[in-house]
Design a protein around this ligand. Structure first.
Ligand code: NAD
Length: 256
């Protein structure tokens, strides 16, 4: 892959949550980060200013808009002087689970929800990967996708979310094979619950205790724990991890 001293890294959805922790992790390692956001310019600028090192930039795009994705990836590559790493982190869960995802939504709500979630989580990530790969073709690189535990088991209250993340897992495996000849490794992390704005309300609700109790550590993940895995999967030494899906769940499945 490209320069290993200071790599050019694009992190989508980096203004908060897991993405912010990922951006901080790369910057702490000496990399130059393009902080992508959709409509959080102030948060993104604040993060840019606080990151250690120089050369970080902010780019904006609605990932559900293919032209905006291309423009943002190209802008990041231009301003960072190339692209070594893409972290496909941005994602949307949508409104809180309806009590029944089929019979308590109208057909229109159902279609809108699928469209919004798949457009962002799956197509947004696929389009960003295509655009990033153009910049990595001659120098190699890393693409790390942030999927979800819902990719393995579905998401009963939100089928579109589980399906979008399962699609992301399969996309990562396919691209790992297609891009290997170009020195581009592609890997995926699939976290269970992580303490972020996406899960805040749920974790504070009466169901929060049950969620924490799924893990024998009796807690959910911290964004920094996901960032550490992403950082390693994007490292020069992680080529052999290409095609893997890292199931980061604090032993949640393993209680009898
Ligand atoms: P978050 O809601 O704090 O962050 C998501 C980010 O994605 C936000 O910055 C948001 O603006 C951005 N985003 C959403 N839709 C977008 C769009 N159309 N265009 C551009 N940006 C958009 O949530 P988070 O927990 O930090 O989630 C980060 C990733 O991790 C997501 O892909 C999510 O699905 C995944 N994930 C989260 C958890 C969890 O428990 N928090 C678990 C598994 C996977």
């Amino acid at each position: 892959m490209g320069r290993v001293d200071s790599r050019a890294v694009l992190v989508t959805g980096a203004s908060r949550g897991i993405g912010r922790a990922v951006a901080r992790r790369f910057a702490a390692g000496g990399d130059r980060v393009a902080i992508h956001h959709r409509d959080s310019a102030e948060l993104a600028e604040r993060l840019r200013a606080e990151l250690p090192g120089d050369g970080h930039v902010v780019v904006a795009a609605d990932l559900a808009d293919p032209d905006a994705v291309r423009a943002a990836v190209d802008e990041a590559a231009t301003r960072l002087g190339g692209l070594d790493v893409l972290v496909n982190n941005a994602g949307v869960f949508g409104p809180a689970d309806p009590p029944h995802p089929v019979f308590e939504t109208t057909y229109e709500q159902w279609r809108q929800r699928w469209r919004q979630i798949v457009d962002t989580n799956l197509l947004g990530a696929a389009n960003a990967a295509w655009c990033a790969a153009q910049h990595m073709r001659d120098r190699g690189g890393r693409i790390v996708n942030v999927s979800s535990r819902g990719a393995f088991r579905g998401e009963p209250g939100n089928p579109a979310y589980g399906a979008s993340k399962a699609g992301m897992n399969a996309m990562g495996q396919s691209l790992a094979v297609a891009l290997a000849p170009y020195g581009i490794a592609v890997a995926t992390v699939a976290p269970g619950f992580v303490e972020t704005d996406m899960t805040n309300e749920h974790l504070k609700s009466p169901r929060g205790a049950a969620v924490r109790a799924q893990s024998p550590f009796d807690r959910v993940a911290r964004p920094e724990e996901i960032a550490a895995a992403v950082h390693w999967l994007a490292s020069p030494e992680a080529e052999w991890a290409s095609g893997t899906i890292v199931d980061l769940n604090g032993a949640s499945y393993l209680r009898s």
